[in-house]
Design a binder for this molecule. Structure first.
Ligand code: IMP
Ligand code: MG
Length: 185
C-alpha cells in the first residue's frame, strides 16, 4: 500500500500495512476454519473489548455455526506502551463451567492478557479454550503462551485500525496502520 495514504491520529502518524481486502479474505478463511473446528460444540465466543469488536463481528459471521457471544473488558495499555496493570470486567450473570470457549483477541502483544484469561477460564472450569487473535507480535511475547490461531503475524510496531486504537482513536479505520515518522512536506 502507498505511503501517501498516511493518517494522523492523535498527535501521531500511521501508514497502511494491511488492506481492508486482505483482512476480509483472511478473517473469512479463519472463520471457516474455526467453524469447522467448533461446529456442534455450541461454543461461547468471548471477545476482549474494545479492540475485538470489528474482528468478532466479521469472524462470527464467517464461522456461521450455532454459538453464543459474550464480551469482557480489560485494559493493559495506555497510549503506545503497556501500563502493566490489569482491570477485568465480566458480565454479571455469565458462567463458563463446562463450556467450549473461543477467546477472541484483537492483538497478542506481551501475552499478558491471554495468559491472565486462560488462568481465569480454567479456574472457572471450562471444558476447553481455543484462542484466536487478529494480530500476533511474536517478538513482543513475554509470557509462555501464544494464540492457537492468528490471522497476521506482525513486527513490534504499534498498530491501529479495524478496531484497534491509539488512545481510543482510530478504531473506525478499515485498513490496518502502523506507527511511522511524521511526513516532511
Ligand atoms: P498484551 O496483554 O501485552 O498481549 O496486550 C494485549 C492488548 O494490548 C491488546 O488486546 C490491545 O488492546 C493492546 N495492544 C497491544 N499492542 C497494540 C497495538 O499495537 N495497537 C493497539 N493496541 C495494542
Ligand atoms: Mg485488546
Amino acid at each position: 500500500m502507498q505511503d501517501e495514504n498516511l493518517v494522523e491520529v492523535g498527535n501521531l502518524w500511521f501508514k497502511p500495512i494491511i488492506s481492508e481486502e486482505v483482512i476480509k479474505d483472511k478473517v473469512n478463511e479463519m472463520g471457516i476454519l474455526l467453524g469447522k473446528e467448533l461446529n456442534g460444540k455450541n461454543p461461547i465466543l468471548i471477545g476482549v473489548l474494545n479492540g475485538c469488536f470489528i474482528f468478532m463481528a466479521d469472524l462470527v459471521r464467517a464461522m456461521n455455526i450455532p454459538c453464543e457471544i459474550a464480551f469482557l473488558r480489560m485494559k493493559s495499555y495506555e497510549g503506545t506502551v503497556s501500563s502493566g496493570k490489569m482491570d477485568v470486567v465480566l458480565p454479571p450473570d455469565i458462567s463458563f463451567e463446562g463450556r467450549t470457549v473461543l477467546l477472541v483477541e484483537d492483538i497478542v502483544d506481551s501475552g499478558k492478557t491471554l495468559a491472565y484469561l486462560y488462568d481465569m477460564l480454567y479456574e472457572a472450569k471450562v471444558l476447553s479454550v481455543t484462542s484466536v487473535a487478529l494480530l500476533y507480535k511474536p517478538l513482543a511475547i513475554k509470557y509462555p503462551i501464544q494464540p492457537d490461531h492468528h490471522c497476521f503475524s506482525i513486527t513490534n510496531e504499534f498498530v491501529i485500525g479495524y478496531g484497534l486504537d491509539y488512545n481510543e482513536q482510530g478504531r473506525q479505520l478499515s485498513h490496518l496502520y502502523q506507527l511511522t515518522e511524521k511526513p516532511t512536506i
